[in-house]
Design a protein around this ligand. Structure first.
Ligand code: PLP
Length: 470
């Protein structure tokens, strides 16, 4: 069997659009593009894209339209809500789905709708967080961070000590379900049980977790149940601008609307408003109807394929990559690097090449290998700074440079993140390219742009000539 032939298992993987089209290389040739930026966004499931195309003729605004199309779209929108809630084991008697644009909006919605006193109340989050689960809380409460070790294991003893110390002032523990930088899966139910023991609620940022592991919010009778879950569908092969927040109906009922406007009310007078019940109260304006339908369809596709099969496939790619990296000099992997210890690790693998700028490595992979990775700090600056042992002085130095338009010294790393459409030969090609980089055998002369910090090959620009244009 040639390395590009599909195994029987791979043939069962749902078809994903756009995982392997030709991309230009620096030497003028074309290569099959390899997309390893799935932790940022995933390409669409064909089933989802077809589903939306089939519904397009019936597009109509929902809820108060009286025509056939509107009533159909309203029906589908409400069905989508049920599918999403069911996917995460939510309780339809108590919990509801609030559609949002993405995880960032969902976490902002929660931070804005929680009743918090910024001078007294405490929100505990962790050192593993994406900025979207850190910054929204900062001016709403006193924020503390659970420490993590180099493998991303959170210090739960520390968490319990802080919960006890604050004697009921911790209102929320908001934690990621998995690190977008080092891929560590966190023990969300254990964290939830601790939070509940001290009367705090738990918010789980499931942006990375939900695409890669089965998640069960669990019944309220279980101390480890999850109060709120937030995620983005563009990380689950449904890149149509949608995500969701799941939480108690009563929370969204008691809270002021996150945004105000059309659709959120039962009646408005010039001097009063009668707010609608949730979810309408928290869904101002025309929603992203197709985004909502697409995300529910994507979850169905994932369920049909089986979360255990998603785990199996991604774990095999991760094991192959980590095993291969061990043989390449100068590579340093962050987080769990042992290929035989992957139960609590997703396939987001972040690494550095000693002595090389992260943007330089990423540029060579793209221009000479046709490989899309991500580099930088992955919207998790405190974590990256701690992993790279950046001192306060170093931080001050590069931050001073940023202020005068020089981003050349911003620290960072390179991240390859695997998705369902990836195959073993692609991992092998990435390893091959990293060997070339470690041996300094790349071809181009790369010049760093002062403003952006990016490296660009001298005398070469991507041309988009054959791609659709306006
Ligand atoms: C853990 C985590 N939380 C939040 C986000 C923000 O997601 P979005 O950009 O969809 O709002 C991301 C994005 O990468 C993430 O990885």
């Amino acid at each position: 069997m040639s390395s590009h032939q599909q195994t029987e298992f791979e043939q069962q993987i749902p078809v994903i659009i756009g995982g392997s089209h030709p991309v230009p290389l620096l030497d003028g040739s074309m290569a099959v593009g390899i997309y390893f930026d799935n932790a940022a966004s995933t390409k669409p499931f064909k089933v989802v894209s077809d589903f939306i195309k089939d519904i397009e003729p019936y597009y109509s605004n929902i809820h108060r339209g009286t025509g056939y199309d509107s009533i159909y779209c309203t029906h589908m929108y409400e069905e989508a809500r049920k599918i999403i809630l069911d996917f995460v084991g939510g309780d339809p008697e108590e919990q509801i789905v609030i559609p949002v644009r993405n995880t960032t909006e969902g976490l902002n919605l929660l931070a804005m709708t929680m009743e918090l006193d910024p001078n007294k109340d405490v929100v505990i989050t962790s050192m593993l967080e994406h900025h979207s689960n850190d910054l929204p809380w900062r001016d709403k409460a006193i924020v503390e961070y659970i420490p993590a070790d180099v493998e991303g294991t959170l210090d739960l003893e520390h968490l319990e000590k802080r919960l006890a110390h604050h004697k009921g002032a911790v209102k929320v523990v908001s934690c990621t379900g998995a690190s977008n930088v080092i891929g560590t899966v966190t023990p969300i139910h254990e964290i939830a049980a601790l939070a509940h023991k001290y009367d705090a609620r738990i918010v789980v940022d499931a942006a990375q977790l939900l695409p890669h592991r089965a998640v069960d919010m669990k019944p309220k009778t279980d101390p480890g149940h999850l109060d709120y879950l937030v995620f983005s569908a563009h990380k689950m092969n449904s890149p149509y601008g949608e995500g969701a927040v799941i939480g108690d109906f009563s929370h969204f009922q008691e809270a002021a609307p996150y945004l105000q406007g059309g659709g959120t009310v039962y009646s408005v007078g010039l001097d009063h408003v009668i707010w609608a019940d949730p979810p309408d109260k928290q869904e101002a304006g025309t929603p992203n109807i197709f985004g909502m339908l697409a995300q529910a369809r994507a979850l169905q596709v994932m369920r049909e394929f089986g979360m255990e099969n998603i785990v199996k496939h991604e774990m095999e790619l991760t094991r192959r990559f980590l095993t291969g990296l061990k043989e390449i000099p100068r590579i340093g992997v962050f987080g769990i690097a042992d290929p035989d210890k992957l139960d609590n690790r997703l396939g987001a693998v972040t690494f550095t090449v000693a002595g090389m700028h992260h943007a330089h490595v990423a540029a060579i992979l793209s221009y000479e290998g046709g490989i899309c990775v991500r580099n930088g700090c992955f919207c998790a600056h405190p974590l990256i700074k701690s992993l790279l042992n950046i001192t306060k002085e170093q931080e001050e130095e590069f931050e001073a440079a940023i202020k005068v338009g020089d981003r050349t010294g911003v620290p960072g790393a390179v991240r390859a993140s695997f998705g369902l459409h990836n195959r073993a030969w692609e991992v092998d090609h990435l390893l091959h390219m990293l060997r070339i980089i470690a041996d300094e055998r790349w071809q181009g002369n790369y010049i760093q742009d002062r403003m952006t910090g990016e490296f660009l090959p001298e005398g070469f620009n991507f041309s988009f000539g054959n791609l659709p244009s306006f």
